[in-house]
Design a protein around this ligand. Structure first.
Ligand code: NAD
Ligand code: ZN
Length: 237
């Protein structure tokens, strides 16, 4: 498809784009996230049942961000945003900060961020770098013991859905990168984009649950596929 026909791009990324930076994906073959069952660390019920386990889990994930760097795929998407003449929105399911560090102005974290804390008392969400274990006070209301990771857990409503759906309705091109197509509502974005008349492209290591929904699919590592695709887009822009 010619870039000249495309003005508005919406990109969805998942854990696969960060895999080559050394961040483990979610549903690696064992179905576990860093050796934990998802229902033990990624639901509100898990947090109520064992807050120490859940806080420690996300404290470790947050601390680990200091040991990883954006890879060629993150950098290529930042270049595309900077050089693309039309509309651009990057929607990530990732809670890591690798897209942020690659440099974006049009990025939304639909599942929240490791580097933010949410107060269950006053609902303020604030940047957060250190641990949450030990009951630090909320920077907004001063209460101790009310902060949780600002992560959207299973059963909770993803962030920025209005902005995402508006962008999908106007998209000429929807690209899904490094996501298994198993977690809704993100897995349904391809259908929304198709319905709006967008061309749809999957870039993933292997065929995913969503592959049949896309007009076009390319399979291989993100660090190779994404820079090559960005070159094509900018050459045709
Ligand atoms: P997922 O783990 O379910 O799927 C990852 C997909 O990436 C798979 O289809 C896999 O084949 C593909 N993949 C693996 N390595 C790749 C590579 N080098 N290049 C291209 N593709 C590759 O991830 P998901 O679909 O994002 O859904 C999981 C949920 O887990 C998300 O909601 C997210 O919030 C959370 N999560 C986030 C991170 C992170 O922030 N980096 C890590 C793990 C889980
Ligand atoms: Zn508060």
């Amino acid at each position: 498809m010619l870039g000249a026909m495309i003005r508005s791009i919406v990109i969805l990324t998942g854990a696969g784009i960060s895999a080559e930076s050394g961040v483990p994906t979610f549903r690696a073959s064992d179905g576990l996230w860093e050796n934990h069952r998802i229902e033990d660390v990624a639901t509100p019920q898990a947090f109520r049942r064992n807050p120490t386990l859940v806080q420690t889990f996300y404290d470790q994930r947050r601390a680990f961000l200091g040991q990883v760097e954006p890879n060629a795929a993150h950098h290529a998407l930042a270049r595309l945003e900077a050089e693309w003449s039309g509309d651009f929105l990057l929607v990530t399911q990732n809670v890591d900060d690798l897209h942020d560090r690659a440099g974006h102005n049009h990025l939304v974290h639909m599942h929240g961020e490791l580097n933010a804390a949410l107060c269950t008392r006053c609902r303020a969400a604030r940047p957060w770098r250190g641990p949450l274990i030990g009951n630090p006070p909320c920077p907004a209301c001063g209460q101790s013991g009310t902060l949780r990771p600002d992560i959207v857990w299973f059963g909770e409503m993803p962030y920025h859905m209005d902005r995402i759906e508006t962008a999908l309705a106007a998209a000429d091109l929807f690209v899904s990168i490094g996501t298994s197509g198993a977690v809704y509502p993100a897995a349904g974005f391809v259908e929304l984009a198709r319905h709006a008349g967008a061309h749809t492209l999957e870039l993933n290591l292997e065929p995913s649950a969503g592959t049949p929904m896309f007009h076009e699919a390319r399979h291989g590592p993100a660090s190779v596929l994404v820079p090559a695709w960005v070159e094509e887009m900018l050459a045709a822009d």
